[in-house]
Ligand binder design. Structure first.
Ligand SMILES: [Fe+2]
Ligand SMILES: [Fe+2]
Length: 214
């Protein structure tokens, strides 16, 4: 019976032999040879590039289409506020036995708020700061921190907890007041100070950010 050392060294020898054979086979080929199976590989590479191109083209066309239909940045954000508040209302219409429905609605709400916060924190609030409205931007961003705190607390809490509805109601109140301040005060004041080009630019950035977060 071969020892472990013997079998390792004999297998090494056989691999040396086979790698030597394969080296000599390879020497017959050009260094730039595509090899025997190049056809399918090349086809797959071209198909991959075509899919990538089509996906990019489709994405661009989709974004241009979105920008044409969704309106200005403030209208997009207002529509998202309405969407979030409608989810809150659905959550508030549930009872303690509907734990699965509560979980699904909460997940949808978290995703919607996350996308929305990203658009504001990465585009609108920095643009506000550049426009000498840092006070408003900082205040709104700090409120986003408390929105995340509610998300954390609700994630930690069971959806059948007796105070779940009360927590959701308080959360909705904060989001509603925050959204109202943006829609009625901060956004109109900011929009008034913009040129048409700036308005179009911010709209395009909000669309781009929202698209990647969708
Ligand atoms: Fe906000
Ligand atoms: Fe907002």
């Amino acid at each position: 019976m071969a020892t472990r050392t013997q079998s390792r060294s004999s297998s090494n020898r056989s691999s040396d032999r086979s790698s030597g054979e394969s080296r000599s086979r390879n020497q017959n080929r050009s260094a730039f040879s595509w090899g025997d199976n190049a056809g399918p590989l090349l086809g797959a590479a071209i198909a991959g590039a075509a899919i990538g191109f089509a996906a990019n083209y489709g994405r661009k066309a989709l974004m241009q289409g979105m920008e044409a239909t969704l309106g200005d940045w403030d209208e997009i954000l207002t529509a998202e506020h309405d969407e979030a508040l409608a989810l809150f209302d659905k959550m508030l219409a549930t009872d303690q036995t509907q734990t699965f429905k509560r979980k699904m609605l909460f997940m949808k709400l978290c995703h919607a708020l996350d996308k929305h916060a990203h658009e504001e924190e990465m585009v609108v609030y920095p643009a506000l700061r550049e426009d000498d409205q840092a006070g408003d931007a900082d205040h709104l961003e700090s409120e986003h921190g408390y929105i995340k705190t509610f998300i954390f607390e609700l994630s930690e809490m069971g959806t059948d907890a007796p105070n779940w509805l009360e927590k959701v109601r308080d959360f909705r109140q904060l989001v509603s007041e925050h959204a109202h301040n943006e829609e009625e005060n901060v956004f109109p004041k900011f929009k008034q100070s913009m040129t048409e080009e700036q308005n179009a630019h911010i709209t395009s950035l909000v669309n781009r950010d929202g698209f990647w977060m969708a």
